[in-house]
Design a protein around this ligand. Structure first.
Ligand code: MEZ
Length: 528
């Protein structure tokens, strides 16, 4: 490792202003097919039951989608309703909070339920920024083209249009609520590039963007007096006799008992799946990211889209072990750090889109044998001292203080030495299919945030996730509150869960108990 680091140091000055061509479309295609984990034949299983029967999903997700309901052998009295509300929001991250605020604005009686604490979510861990085309040289149309190309032209056009046209409004809404975006002396927003952007439209709060947004949204939910139940994950959706969404069953972690919520509309905002560790990858995700919303919605009949498209963030921590898999924000590259192999060579443009960058790093470490041994695997260098050579002393402390602090805890000063990285499981590009009102095929079920599929095609660009949680969170809240006004619910039912179990039995599949709720890190021993 030290010999290779010496090569990085020796080549730094000559690389300082070096530029490298982006890959051509053909090169990208080849690279992805050969090296991106989404193309692995081993990592996927074809579903045998449910609305996406016949389509492939990661094996770990299939285990849950084709799993056994936690309520399968439980006697529940659905006449005994513990909470009766207009709008139930499942999930306490940025999408859930935004949805709750707008549903509350719409006059609905809102209940937010969350598996861990309010704000324990991937939103909190988002670092580099939020995209919005609000500068003079930019436009939502330009933003659309960037995201459409990055998503391999598979983004659902009407969802992408909602995302980009609402971008400037989302920044304005957040600013007015109190989010402190980085500004120039004259008050204009500081904006930077991200992978695949043709304009500088990444707005940031240093490298704590998600934490700052979540701080403000959580405060606002609390200040409005919106009811929040923490440590109360939903385990199954409830439908009524006509098949309309009618609430959910919760598991109360403290009381160790099930609770019944009747709701005229439900907003699923349960986030991602990083803690399923697809193909053995580490993850940048928070502890609760176990695809619970996908499982519940799928079992109730809502189709998924692009559930086989997973995002591996190119720069996860590969060393030291204590923060293995944690996120090294893309902003580090956008402000000048280069990806460098064991020989001190640059091998790709630093701002390729994430799928291409991850595949290129994997190729360098495997087929080309130019990785650096780190812990039990191989890694590449991210040459961070270049940042201050380009922009002057103090830039790192000002622009990426979180990164500086994270590494300093382990005696690594990234102003002076490069860091070791490797792709980490970061985001599910796919999820539950919605329309532009954030509603699924299941009447009364809305979705927002990472649980949604289709907005980003099969590869999301940096900063479009913090944007989508706000845009579609707000849409879901507004539309659910509106819809709730005319909903007449019938008798609550879990008949769909029974029917799904029969379908599984007929197909001969039986995966794990699901939703998973919490990941297990006890080498096979479940200590719960
Ligand atoms: O959108 C993201 O995933 C993001 C901003 C991540 C990052 O690199 O900081």
């Amino acid at each position: 490792m030290l010999k290779s680091m010496a090569k990085v140091e020796a080549t730094r000055a000559q690389r300082l202003h070096a530029s490298i061509e982006r890959f051509t479309a053909e090169e990208k295609d080849e690279l992805l097919k050969e090296f991106h984990p989404d193309y692995s034949s081993k990592g996927f299983k074809v579903l045998e039951v449910g609305p996406n029967k016949g389509q492939k999903v990661p094996v770990e997700l299939a285990q849950l989608l084709e799993g056994k309901s936690r309520l399968q052998d439980v006697e529940l009295d659905l006449e005994k309703v513990d909470y009766d509300v207009d709008v139930l929001v499942i999930g306490g991250g940025g999408a859930g909070a935004s949805a709750a605020l707008e549903a509350h604005n719409g006059g609905a009686n809102v209940l937010v339920v969350t598996k861990l604490r309010m704000g324990d979510a991937n939103t909190m861990m988002a670092e580099g920024g939020i995209q919005a085309a609000d500068k003079g040289n930019d436009s939502p149309a330009q933003h659309y083209l960037d995201a459409f190309g990055g998503g391999h032209y598979k983004n659902i056009p009407e969802l992408l249009e909602e995302l980009v046209t609402n971008g400037p409004l989302a920044i304005d809404w957040l600013s007015k609520l109190g989010v402190m975006f980085d500004k120039e002396q004259d008050g204009t927003m500081v904006t930077t590039h991200g992978g695949g952007t043709s304009r500088k439209r990444m707005h940031a709060c240093a490298d704590y963007t998600g934490a700052e947004i979540m701080r403000v949204l959580r405060d606002e939910v609390q200040n409005r007096g919106i009811s929040v139940l923490e440590f109360s994950p939903a385990v199954e959706l409830l439908l009524d006799e006509e098949g309309k969404t009618a609430g959910a069953v919760l598991w109360d972690f403290d009381a160790q008992e099930y609770k019944v919520v009747r709701a005229k509309c439900v907003i699923m905002a349960t986030g991602g799946a990083g803690r399923l560790h697809y193909q053995g990858f580490p993850t940048s995700n928070h502890y609760g990211a176990t695809a619970d919303g996908l499982v519940m919605a799928y079992r109730a009949g809502a189709p998924l889209i692009y559930a086989d498209a997973i995002q591996y963030h190119p720069t996860g921590v590969a060393y030291p072990a204590q923060i293995y898999g944690a996120l090294v924000t893309e902003k580090v590259r956008s402000i000048g750090a280069q990806l460098v192999n064991s020989e001190g060579e640059i091998f790709m443009h630093p701002l390729e889109t994430r799928d291409v960058a991850a595949a290129s790093i994997i190729r360098e470490c495997t087929a080309r044998g130019k990785g650096v041994k780190a812990l039990d695997g191989v890694a590449l260098w991210l040459d961070t001292p270049l940042i201050e050579m380009l922009h002057g002393e103090g830039t790192i402390a000002k622009r990426i203080p979180g990164m500086l602090r994270m590494y300093a805890k382990f005696g690594i000063d990234l102003r002076k030495e490069p860091i070791l990285i490797y792709p980490t499981l970061h985001y599910q590009n796919g999820g539950i299919l919605i329309d532009k009102d954030a509603e699924t095929k299941l009447p009364g079920l809305f979705v927002a945030g990472e649980a949604v599929g289709g907005i980003h095609g099969t590869n999301r660009l940096m900063g479009n996730s913090l944007l989508d949680i706000i845009v579609f969170g707000r849409i879901a809240g507004t539309k659910a509150a509106e819809a709730a006004k005319s909903v007449q619910l019938g008798k609550l039912s879990l008949e769909h869960v029974r029917r799904y179990a029969e379908e599984e039995k007929a197909a001969g599949v039986q995966g794990e108990l699901s939703p998973k709720l919490l990941p297990v890190y006890t080498h096979g021993r479940d200590v719960r």
